[in-house]
Design a protein. Structure first.
Length: 322
């Protein structure tokens, strides 16, 4: 294999490891409780499993695979970094869940949210990481009263807050904010994506397309992402079985509903030939961030995804069809 077609560094968002069966606990609540009580046990197994899956990089996410639980496990950012270093791992990105958890724009304390983002960004920066991925608020179920209209007024208001937060993390820590395409959020359909890309400043706010979530909207990820190619600084590689219902109930069961559609790369309906060809036109071909939401055997699933990419997509990633 030539230098031009070397294998990329593979990583994964840590949500991939969140299935309770993998941890031999009864449910997600028990996993969260056990990780709080025994954070070093949780993180040690998580990091060792990442190595076993052939990963080089990680995306931190919401608890228990979050930065505060890592601090509880290893005492400091430096302690965490030593655990990564000894395994040949690094942090590629960190998911900031706090924006997506807000009940409404009017009820959001943006000063407190920005302060939390700045603290997180400082932690990420200390690990040599320069990307913070963020999901946006969820929509409401279509027949909800009152409805939530994602219109020009909404996107302009939220976009202004995102600009301010992104400018702050970039100025203080050199960490760039990238918006993630979450199914059934206000940043999901092709029109939503276009609208928020228009409402945010490209000098501060980047784009993190998630192939699986975009596929759930009935769209082809490469076609959607191509319109904002210059904004992509990171991407989530995930497959999906097909389109999810738009009228699904947006409630506490939504995450589990999404999981029934997600697949590892190569096991669903995403056009990976088109996607790899698109990524070859960015600066991202050297880092492939895999994701499969909460699977019982994450090591096997991630290994299968890596194998699929190595056997089928490497020439395309490097701009060659030969």
């Amino acid at each position: 294999m030539s230098d031009e077609q070397t294998t990329p560094r593979f990583g994964a968002d840590l949500i991939t490891f969140y299935d309770p069966e993998f941890w031999q606990v009864p449910d997600a609540r028990a996993l969260a409780a056990t990780a709080r009580e025994r954070p070093e046990w949780f993180w040690t197994r998580l990091l060792d499993s990442a190595v076993e899956a052939g990963l080089s990089t990680l995306e931190l996410t919401f608890p228990p695979g979050d930065w505060r639980t890592a601090l509880a496990a290893f005492g400091s950012a430096e302690g965490f970094r030593k655990e990564l270093d000894v395994r040949g791992l690094s942090v590629l990105s960190g998911f900031f869940v706090d924006i997506s958890a807000q009940p409404s724009l009017a009820a959001t304390d943006w000063a407190a949210l920005t302060a939390e983002a700045l603290e997180y960004a400082e932690f990420l920066s200390s690990l040599g990481c320069a990307t913070m991925v963020a999901g946006l608020p969820m929509r409401v179920t279509r027949d909800a009263v009152p409805p939530l209209f994602v219109d020009f007024e909404y996107t302009a208001k939220l976009g202004g807050h995102l600009n301010d937060l992104a400018a702050a993390t970039q100025r203080d820590s050199g960490v760039r904010l990238a918006l993630h395409t979450e199914a059934h959020s206000v940043f999901w359909t092709p029109r939503d994506i276009d609208l928020f890309m228009l409402a945010t400043d490209p000098l501060y706010v980047s784009f993190c397309p998630d192939t699986g979530h975009i596929r759930l909207a009935g769209s082809e990820p490469a076609s959607v992402a191509e319109r904002h190619l210059d904004r992509i600084t990171i991407a989530h590689w995930k497959d999906a079985s097909g389109t999810a219902p738009f009228d699904i109930a947006i409630d506490e069961n939504l995450y589990e509903d999404h999981c029934t559609y997600f697949r590892r790369v190569g096991a669903g309906s995403v056009d990976w030939t088109a996607w790899a060809s698109l990524i070859s036109r960015t600066g991202l071909r050297d880092d492939v961030l895999l994701e499969v939401d909460a699977v019982p055997d994450p090591v096997a699933e991630l290994t299968a995804a890596r194998t699929y990419i190595q056997h089928n997509l490497l020439p395309l990633l490097h701009g060659s069809t030969s």
